[in-house]
Ligand binder design. Structure first.
Ligand code: F6R
Length: 263
């Protein structure tokens, strides 16, 4: 796992946006459009804003790029301001000038949720797989809505939200009771299938989860520790989110001494 420690949340956003813009450009150089995995929540908002500025200035061409969101609440109207359909549309699709037909969000309203989840995983495979999956991390160590004790090989499925997650997300709703109890989320196995994973975390509230994810044992209590199994995971942190890392100096040393050749 590559660990990048930056000074501020603004640096996190700039660094992460640079990686995503390079990914899109590299896939375009190969003659195809990138397939992105996108997250909701506060953590990636700065990254999306940086990408939107690159699109606006003409430095980034997102033509043909497709996106798959990580998760959605169950039973929330699509046009609810906090449905992830709405949030992805306003924070990703429109600012990054993506074709809405190429942006996918799990269906939390399907009569047969299990079938809809299976169809979602199939759609990812049919799109050629996710080139780069952007992630945030919950204070309880979740990625997507894979709450503690999620199976390491899980696929997209319905989950019950941890009460701590509902409390954390109450800030987006009029009251804590309005936060749905269930969600559909890409599984840890689905996330591990992405060719590259990019996790951004800011603030001291994430420091314990970040330390466990990077340095702790691979353990169901911290679902993000599954990223230790990912073939190409990059974690971009501000100093507060990195504050509980034992080997912070080592990660900075590695960044300052990157090999000049791959390998
Ligand atoms: C969002 C998601 C979640 C969030 C996490 C952190 O699609 O899947 O894992 O990334 O809950 O949320 P924020 O960024 O709001 O702290």
């Amino acid at each position: 796992m590559r660990v990048v420690i930056t000074d501020t949340s603004a640096h996190v956003a700039q660094f992460a946006a640079g990686i995503i813009a390079d990914e899109i450009a590299q896939r375009r150089a190969e003659g195809r459009a990138a397939v992105l995995g996108v997250a909701t929540g506060s953590s990636p908002l700065g990254t999306y804003a940086e990408l939107a500025a690159l699109v606006e200035s003409g430095e980034l061409d997102t033509t043909g790029v497709s996106a798959f969101a990580l998760d959605e609440y169950v039973g929330i109207a699509l046009d609810h301001p906090e449905s992830y359909h709405t949030v992805i549309d306003t924070t990703v699709t429109k600012p990054l000038a993506l074709d809405p037909a190429r942006v996918h969000v799990p269906d939390g309203l399907a009569d047969d949720l299990a079938a809809a989840c299976e169809a979602y995983d199939r759609a990812i495979v049919d799109a050629g797989g996710i080139d780069l999956q952007l992630l945030g991390i919950g204070a309880n160590g979740h990625i997507g809505f894979n709450e503690p004790t999620s199976s390491l090989s899980s696929r997209t499925r319905i989950k019950t939200l941890d009460p701590r997650t509902r409390e954390a997300n109450a800030r987006f709703f009029a009251s804590a009771d309005e936060v749905p109890v269930h969600c559909v989320t890409q599984g840890l196995g689905t996330i591990l299938d992405s060719r590259r994973a990019l996790l951004v975390a800011q603030g001291a509230g994430k420091a314990d989860a970040v330390a466990h994810m990077i340095e702790g044992p691979l353990a169901a209590i911290c679902p993000a520790s599954a990223l230790q199994l990912h073939r190409d995971a990059i974690v971009v942190l501000d100093r507060a989110a990195a504050s509980k890392l034992e080997l912070a100096d080592y990660y900075e040393y590695i960044e300052a001494n990157q090999p000049t050749q791959a390998g």
